[in-house]
Design a protein around this ligand. Sequence first.
Ligand code: SAH
Length: 243
Amino acid sequence: MKGGKKIVCFLFLLFGMGFNLPFFCEEDIYTKLREKMVRHQLLSRDITDEMVLEVMRDVPRHLFVDKRYWNQAYEDYPLPIDEGQTISQPYIVALMTQHLALKKGEKVLEIGTGSGYQAAILSCITENVYSVEIREKLAKKAAETLKKLNFNQVKVKWKDGYFGWEEYAPFDAIIVTCAANHVPPPLISQLKEGGRLIIPLGSTLYFQTLTLITKKEGKLNVKHILGVRFVPMVGKAEEKRGK
Ligand code: SAH
């Protein structure tokens, strides 16, 4: 930051958080907060994938949440979005992305678009991102946010993600960002040979285990990663729970 800009930013900080900061100050402040988040929450844990670290440094997470949460956007916890849903803690977003081991050009499906933040992260690694959201309001808002921020590669659809997105299947990777007590069978069949699927599996009311499933020679390899807490998958998954 140039000297003059630094002084202006400093004065704005000094004279109160009640004012809106000029755009160039905001940009500098959030860039620094992201850098700090990467150092303290990702590098200090087990995020080692250079590409994941780079995109976590680049994508403006604060612009995916309500303005009143901007000052918390880079903290080590989830944040509320509309309709009682949440955007995952930055570490969990990075961890899930790292386990997907995405390569440029691969096709990835996300179930649970929410704010669109995770989809934006994925779209910096590969241009083929498909994301499904069951809540109409969230699907519309996320599509708008992604467009406004120039993440034009992401395709968002309002529908029950239990059934995947047949039209674009098969996928190299599938990421489910809501909790289910079983893996929806359509997601397994829409996963390519050699494909990776990550999902929080377990009790949808309490805790789940982040689970990585890899399809090899038609068989499923299952690896348990970490205890997590996600909002439940609703729709068909819920109906099946009731039975
Ligand atoms: N990945 C999001 C956060 C996801 S929160 C982000 O980066 O912001 C979980 C989301 O899953 C919620 O938006 C919820 O509405 C959605 N969801 C729940 N059940 C679903 C289903 N059956 N199909 C698609 N989306 C679902």
